[in-house]
Ligand binder design. Structure first.
Ligand code: G3P
Ligand code: MG
Length: 246
């Protein structure tokens, strides 16, 4: 099979632990340190604007409160999504997916776009994210990979923009993984490295798919995973795993 055509070290949630998660500041940090790829989470705000957010509520990563699905993006823009992380990042806004996508293209940062739906919004989030990604990366030299834990989100992304590559996110690799890869038309499987066995790396490759692991924060573990043949690792520790670590 073709080698993995994307960066092998991917910054988790934008800038890992060096910046507030899922912010433009994090992406700029990753780029500044020489990283070629970032992972971030896309969820729909209450008015259906795709935004960068991991949790279903505002509490942990902003100075606001309430459900993401109940908050219009114009109201989120009044919040601080960086002050919880450090004083220097106070005032950092919740980015829209449009802003994040445009920044990735501008900086030449490859993106692993995780579709992270609020419960009940799986298909809607998959469709909106895929349609927006198609426009944002139109004509770009490298397309993003859209990944999700939610099969319904991936199925909707496939229907909306079948040409965009997709990755199936799992914790452990389930027994029927190959079925799901086929049904969802995925190119890659993204699993929790703690659940991975070396024979599974071979099986995934033998079936013609790439394998990425999250969230790998120890360079010695990254070394073992690459020795097993893992194609890419997603890391929080941009200070410990260099962009050219292979
Ligand atoms: O995409 C890999 C990783 O981001 C999945 O976990 O919870 O950080 O989105 P989480
Ligand atoms: Mg994620």
């Amino acid at each position: 099979m073709k080698p993995w055509p994307y960066p092998r070290i991917i910054a988790h949630r934008g800038g890992g632990t060096l910046a507030p998660e899922n912010t433009l500041a994090g992406m700029r940090k990753a780029r500044e340190l020489g990283f070629g790829g970032v992972e971030f989470d896309v969820m729909l705000a209450g008015d259906a604007t795709p935004i960068l957010m991991h949790d279903e509520t505002l509490a942990r990563t902003t100075n606001g409160s309430g459900a993401i699905a109940d908050t219009a993006y114009r109201d989120m823009l009044k919040l601080d999504a960086g002050g919880w992380f450090s004083r220097g990042h106070a005032g950092e806004p919740v980015p829209s997916f449009d802003q994040a996508g445009r920044l990735c293209v501008e900086l030449g940062l490859w993106a692993n776009v995780e579709i992270k739906p609020s419960k009940g919004f799986e298909a809607q989030t998959g469709t909106a994210t895929a349609l927006a990604a198609r426009e944002l990366w139109r004509g770009a030299p490298v397309q993003p990979v859209l990944s999700s834990f939610q099969p319904a989100a991936l199925a909707a992304a496939k229907q909306a923009a079948p040409e965009l590559p997709r990755g199936a996110l799992t914790k452990g690799i389930p027994a029927d993984w190959e079925h799901w890869m086929q049904v969802l038309g995925c190119v890659s499987l993204h699993c929790d490295y703690r659940m991975l066995l070396p024979q599974q790396v071979r099986a995934v490759h033998d079936a013609g798919y790439w394998l990425a692991c999250w969230t790998v924060n120890d360079p010695e573990i990254a070394r073992v995973l690459f020795d097993w043949g893992v194609d890419a690792v997603i890391t929080d520790r941009l200070d410990r795993i260099a962009p050219d670590f292979t």
